[in-house]
Design a protein around this ligand. Structure first.
Ligand code: GDP
Ligand code: IMO
Ligand code: MG
Length: 429
């Protein structure tokens, strides 16, 4: 079966939405398998811009969208996103969006705890999106989450809310934040039931059918390998596994169903929120990247931190994420820079290392080792073939391929859907 999984290879916002939308024309089903509405995926199609957080990017192509059990689902965020994209002319409903019945829900107490905890951390804050993602995953692992299927059983809801509130109200009180009333939450969930249950099903069965029907499934990752709860720059990470391996558990298919793993990386590096970032630039070049790349968070509007391409980091993401091909985006943002730098490794207390260490202290000490390449003055914006690229831009891409030990299979040269150069079709396997 020719399936493809798309994952971020840096710290998020690499352009996964654009690439998934582009690939979705060749797919039958698009599946989200982790994360929640902390994700912000921007798709530009002609004069329309779609900003998606929870909906699989394939909905813009009219493909069947699936939200897998590995996601944490905020019902209000989902319903408002659906009505927003309907307002933009998209057709989204239970006929083309299916949601895993066992998906855990984000309730209003989750963002409340997320924000209260961030405040308590002060200077040491993670810089979360404040959407309750971490607390919702904690509840799932602690076996007290309310799941979509529970909405059909008010008596189950009632008992689960007792357990949930015992835990969370104690915590909220300790943090000096407002607590939650059981009846209010119960009423809210009961009112949500008829709106959400028509979307619920055992999506694993549908994916199994797709598999036997030789349908093409595209798995859409959110966040990125360096934000992975195990492999990222912990604790400055999100609360899910973002690597492609999680597509199997987060959707309910076996590991063989994942198919080809495509990693998405920007031609430079950005990060939102706190945490280590060895190639971060605080000078005019960093400012220029931010301006040309319009680097503002889709979800929170925060300016993204910018820096040179870190090949050492992406190589690590390639290895731990099982990335077989790289889609390199935003090459056009580098237009006009006289010289470019690529980080090939780090120096830590005099020693050269070829991976970002796991310990926080060591990460903070990692000084990038740079290789300098010649830039280009011509515009690459909107290029759709290699022939349109200056020789130095091709050299830059080729050097990245060598350093990250993965082929560049796709290049993106503008936000627009079709400004893309395909090297090899990931669905071809
Ligand atoms: P995602 O979270 O990985 O889906 O990425 P985001 O959508 O949050 O951020 C990527 C931003 O870059 C969006 O505004 C895209 O429209 C834009 N973008 C994607 N590819 C390109 C590209 O090749 N060139 C430029 N200039 N912008 C791009
Ligand atoms: P997409 O899918 C960039 C970051 C937050 C914060 C950390 C933890 O658009 O690439 P969380 O709210 O998840 O607990 O925050 O993770 N973060 C992202 N950064 N892109 C994203 O998603 C992100 N989702 C979460 O900024 O540093
Ligand atoms: Mg984003």
């Amino acid at each position: 079966m020719a399936n493809v999984a798309v994952i971020g290879a840096q710290w998020g916002d690499e352009g996964k939405g654009k690439v998934v939308d582009w690939l979705a024309s060749r797919a039958d089903v698009v599946v989200r398998f982790q994360g929640g509405h902390n994700a912000g995926h921007t798709l530009v199609v002609g004069n329309q811009t779609y900003k998606l957080s929870l909906l699989p990017s394939g909905v813009v192509r009219g493909k069947l969208g699936v939200i897998g059990n590995g996601v944490v689902l905020d019902p209000d965020a989902l319903l408002s996103e659906i009505s927003r994209v309907r307002g933009q002319g998209l057709d989204v409903g239970p006929h083309n969006l299916r949601i895993a019945e066992n998906v855990p829900l984000i309730l209003p107490l989750h963002p409340a705890i997320d924000k209260a905890r961030e405040e308590a951390r002060g200077e040491a804050k993670i810089g979360t999106t404040g959407r309750g993602i971490g607390p919702a995953y904690e509840d799932k692992v602690a076996r007290r989450a309310i799941r979509l299927c529970d909405l059909a059983e008010p008596e189950t809801l009632s008992a689960k809310l007792d357990e949930l509130l015992l835990h969370h109200n104690t915590l909220l009180k300790g943090l000096g934040a407002a607590t939650f009333e059981k009846q209010e939450l119960l009423d809210k969930l009961v009112a949500l039931a008829p709106k959400l249950l028509p979307y619920a099903e055992a999506v694993w069965e549908r994916l199994d059918e797709a598999r036997h029907g030789n349908k093409r499934v595209l798995f859409e990752g959110a966040q990125a390998v360096m934000l992975d709860v195990d492999h990222g720059t912990y604790p400055f990470v999100t609360s899910s596994n973002t690597v492609a391996g999680n597509a199997a558990a987060g959707a309910g298919i076996g590991p063989h169903g994942i198919g080809t793993v495509l990693g998405i990386a920007k031609a430079y590096t950005t990060r939102v929120g706190s945490g280590p970032f060895p190639t971060e630039l605080f000078d005019d070049v960093g400012k220029r990247l931010g301006e040309r790349g319009r680097e503002f968070g889709t979800v929170t509007g925060r300016p993204r931190r910018c820096g040179w391409f870190d090949a050492c980091l992406v190589r690590q993401a390639v290895k731990v994420g099982g990335i077989q091909g790289l889609a390199l985006t935003k090459l056009d943002v580098l237009d006009g820079l006289e010289e470019l730098k690529i980080c090939t490794g780090y120096r830590i207390e005099g020693e050269v290392v070829k991976r970002l260490p796991a310990a926080l202290g060591a990460q903070a000490k990692a000084e990038p080792i740079y290789e300098t390449l010649e830039g280009w003055t011509q515009s690459t914006q909107g290029a759709r073939s290699w022939a349109e690229l200056p020789a130095t831009a091709i050299k830059y891409v080729k050097r990245i391929e060598e350093l990250v030990e993965a082929p560049v299979t796709l290049l993106s040269t503008s936000p627009e859907r079709d400004d893309t150069i395909l090297v090899s079709d990931p669905f071809a396997g």
